[in-house]
Design a protein around this ligand. Structure first.
Ligand SMILES: CC(C)(COP(=O)(O)OP(=O)(O)OC[C@H]1O[C@@H](n2cnc3c(N)ncnc32)[C@H](O)[C@@H]1OP(=O)(O)O)[C@@H](O)C(=O)NCCC(=O)NCCS
Length: 143
């Protein structure tokens, strides 16, 4: 399974509690010449699509909003997302992006641990951020 958009959508549906609809995915603007655009970074291992990261870039505000980062369960804990994040950061620095920010469910302890390991700091706690009533931490990483 190569990382074409259909495979990414399948991973999103299979592994995320709140997957996006196909329509939401098909409306994403990946045009890098725009002030606001989505950046999708795909993770292939031996021609298999094992994960991805997705950001909304705002060049005017020098921000990258991390929307989703995922590795399939049997490839987790092997440093794959760490390499991915470091590559994403290099790309953002080339665009003069100054920070990455994100929201993460307070229940997603593995992801919180991952972000803290990569020096993200918690800015605030937002109650009932998600539709199911879950709370979120807002975190950011200055680049
Ligand atoms: C969060 C996620 C992307 C990390 O990917 P990964 O490739 O497994 O991460 P890495 O191997 O590069 O980094 C591992 C670090 O993340 C944290 N971590 C990730 N999974 C963990 C687990 N199962 N148990 C404990 N810590 C974990 C730890 O800090 C770990 O560092 P350590 O090995 O030094 O303890 C992955 O767990 C995932 O896909 N989760 C489901 C999707 C998700 O919740 N995404 C975030 C919200 S969008």
């Amino acid at each position: 399974m190569n990382c074409e958009i259909g495979s990414i959508i399948k991973l999103d549906q299979k592994f995320f509690e709140r997957p996006w609809t196909k329509e939401m995915w098909s409306n994403l603007n990946f045009d890098k010449t725009q002030t606001n655009f989505y950046y999708l970074s795909k993770i292939n291992h031996s021609d298999i699509c094992v994960g991805f990261s997705l950001y909304l870039i705002n060049k005017a505000e020098s921000l990258a909003h991390l929307l989703k980062i995922l590795v399939i369960p049997n490839k987790r804990g092997k440093g794959i997302s760490s390499v991915q994040l470091k590559n994403d950061i290099k790309y953002f620095q080339s665009l003069f992006i100054e920070k990455i920010y994100l929201e993460v469910s307070t229940k997603n302890l593995n992801a919180i641990k991952f972000y803290k390991k990569h020096s993200f700091v918690t800015l605030r706690y937002t109650q009932k951020f998600y539709n199911n009533g879950d709370d979120a931490f807002v975190m950011e990483l200055p680049l």
